[in-house]
Design a protein around this ligand. Structure first.
Ligand SMILES: [Zn+2]
Length: 300
């Protein structure tokens, strides 16, 4: 079976090529997936913009209204890292709905990926760190609200700590948040996940994969999860501009395969999101994000 992939051309908000946020990685990722034969039209889905009611499950109503009206206060835009104009607002609504859609497809098909998402620094009150809305938190709370699932596990392997997801889901006992990240990296003030593993600068493939291999059985033994959200951020890569860790392409491949095979072997649906990746070589970055889809396709 072909891997279910969620995508929208307006995931790309068209930033200048030299912007600190490499926005062109979204269309380049789709091109990389097509070149690999992974983006098959009958298994491609496009989201509609997320309704405000979904967004307000995870975020303060006034913040959601400000984003939808493109009236985010300048102080918050500075924390996000870019102004929230029409295209940014639309892309945030689409990418969030894309993770909701991918989660539903995962429940139906066992596995699905959004070719965006993983905006894990957006907290309940506001966005931050290149994240406008927290797609995984919105999807978690939407699925719980409609009783599609009872117990959710978030496995966040982006190199940055999942502070926003932890903030939004901290009082939600039906969702368990796990983050493994670089200790000295953004955000400076971390918000505790249900379980955090902080890694030292320069951690490479072997040590990284050992930690992951040891923790996965603990996560799956906690309870019978109805779905796993997997943030496969590639900013753990040695060539990442913001990463501080030192994984290779093979390390990334082994990581994604380890996570996906672990949960799929136990019959647990998995929704993959791409998370962070920062490189001035955006075509190389897109190839790195494609690794998640290669690993997922083997279990579709
Ligand atoms: Zn990151």
């Amino acid at each position: 079976m072909a891997l279910q992939i969620v995508h929208h051309p307006d995931y790309d908000a068209g930033f200048a090529v030299n912007h600190r946020f490499p926005m062109s990685k979204y269309p380049l990722l789709m091109a990389a997936l097509r070149a690999r034969g992974l983006a098959v039209s009958e298994a491609l889905s496009m989201p509609e913009p997320a309704p405000a009611a979904w967004l307000k499950l995870a975020h303060a109503a006034d913040y959601v209204d400000h984003v939808l009206a493109c009236e985010v206060p300048a102080r918050i835009e500075r924390e996000i890292g870019f102004p929230v104009g029409q295209r940014v607002s639309l892309r945030a609504q689409l990418a969030t709905a894309g993770t909701v859609l991918a989660a539903r497809l995962a429940l139906k098909h066992g596995i699905a990926c959004n070719a965006a998402g993983g905006s894990h620094h957006a907290r309940r009150a506001q966005g931050a760190g290149f994240c406008t809305f927290n797609d995984v938190a919105v999807a978690s709370l939407a699925l719980l609200a409609e009783r599609a699932v009872e117990h959710i596990l978030v496995v966040d392997l982006d190199v940055h700590q999942g502070d926003g997801t932890a903030d939004i889901l901290k009082d939600e006992p039906r969702a368990f948040t796990f983050s493994m990240h670089g200790e000295r990296n953004y955000p400076a003030r971390k918000i505790a996940s249900d379980l955090d593993i902080a890694l030292l600068d320069g951690t490479g493939d072997a040590a990284y994969l050992d930690r992951l291999r040891a923790i996965l059985p603990e996560l799956s033994a906690r309870r019978r999860w109805d779905i796993v959200f997997y943030n496969a951020g590639v900013d753990v890569h040695v060539e990442d501009r913001l990463g501080r860790l030192a994984l290779s392409d093979d390390g990334l491949r082994a990581r994604d395969k380890m996570v996906i095979s672990h949960f799929r072997a136990r019959g647990i649906p998995l929704c993959g999101v791409i998370g962070g990746g920062y490189s001035t070589d955006v075509p190389a970055l897109a190839q790195r994000h494609a690794i998640l889809f290669e690993a997922a396709a083997a279990y579709a």
